[in-house]
Ligand binder design. Structure first.
Ligand code: NCD
Length: 306
């Protein structure tokens, strides 16, 4: 059964096809409004979410399908001690496809190994978030036209930010990519991502703590929230949470066609004064997330023969 656990589960040409389908859905939404009639998506969210869960739900409704599920672990049998493997077997009896978010790294993979329907990883701990990456890629494709020869700055919590890890993996397959890692010392990109992804694919990267000096060379600036829920103590969080606050002054030396992205939710790291800047793409990114999830649901259901 084909699932999506890691962004690298999809080949570059499959990603191109998903982007093509998403763009076609944007142009012809009516042509897709009945494609999942009679099908059910189960959203199993063991960790809080607004965008990801609701965009999966909106995606399924816009395809004419239905949605079942839960949005917190407390309201599921996990609170009685049920394993992820058992939950996956049970939900496979009710739904045609599953989207799962879980605080434990690897939980969606365990679900996929036990489910008899496709499982989509909707974020596992500080590890991966492949559907956010698909939303990011669609945004980049629409804003920049291609994934090649881009200098991409990642800023903020690069240690725990799963969206950063997945997007770096995805970009490492394109040529001419330069990555600038901007973070406080304590929140640097994990060395396994540097070694197994960046170095292994020969991707040029730099590490700095200084957002303003990196700014002029960036084509894309990917801002992130400091991931409070993954910190071991509140003091460290409070010390690091406002390390970077993007405001109009810091954008003075930025390229005129910079694309400012953020997976959201935003806390303080982008001032609201930036929202009206034409380079701010983070709310478009939310909308694109729904369309690319529609394309993904269609693809996985088709491959599953549903
Ligand atoms: C991200 C996540 O859950 O990792 N949010 C999202 O899915 N759009 C980013 C975050 O929570 O900071």
């Amino acid at each position: 059964m084909r699932s999506l656990i890691d962004i690298l589960d999809l080949s570059v040409s499959e990603i191109d096809d998903l982007i093509k389908t998403a763009n076609d859905i944007i142009d012809n939404p009516k042509a897709y409004s009945d494609r999942c009639r009679g099908k059910k998506l189960a959203t199993l969210f063991f960790e809080p979410s607004t965008r990801t869960r609701l965009s999966f739900e909106a995606a399924m409704y816009e395809l004419g399908g239905n949605v079942i599920g839960f949005s917190e672990a407390q309201s599921s049998s996990a609170s009685k001690g049920e394993s992820v493997a058992d939950t996956a077997k049970v939900i496979s009896c009710y739904a045609d496809i599953i989207a799962m978010r879980h605080p434990k790294e690897g939980a969606p993979l365990v679900a996929a190994m036990n489910a008899t329907v496709p499982v989509i990883n909707a974020g596992d701990g500080g590890h991966n978030h492949p559907t956010q990456t698909l939303a990011d890629l669609l945004t980049i494709q629409r804003e920049k036209g291609s994934f090649e020869n881009l200098t991409v700055g990642f800023c903020g919590d690069l240690k725990f930010g799963r969206t950063v890890h997945s997007l770096i993996c995805a970009l490492s397959r394109y040529s001419g990519i330069k990555v600038i890692l901007i973070s406080p010392e304590e929140l640097k990109l994990p060395s396994y991502v540097k070694k197994d992804v960046l170095a292994k694919n020969g991707i040029y990267y730099e590490q700095t703590q200084d957002l303003e000096s990196a700014m002029p060379q960036l084509d894309i600036l990917y801002m992130t929230r400091v991931q409070r829920e993954r910190f071991f103590n509140e003091e460290d969080y409070l010390r690091l949470k406002d390390s970077y606050i993007l405001d109009p002054r810091k954008l003075k030396n930025a390229k005129s066609d910079l694309c400012i992205m953020h997976p959201l939710p935003r806390v303080n790291e982008i001032s609201v004064a930036v929202d009206s800047d034409p380079r701010a793409c983070y709310f478009k990114q939310v909308l694109y997330g729904k369309y690319i999830r529609m394309a993904l649901i269609l693809k996985l259901l088709e491959e599953a023969g549903k």
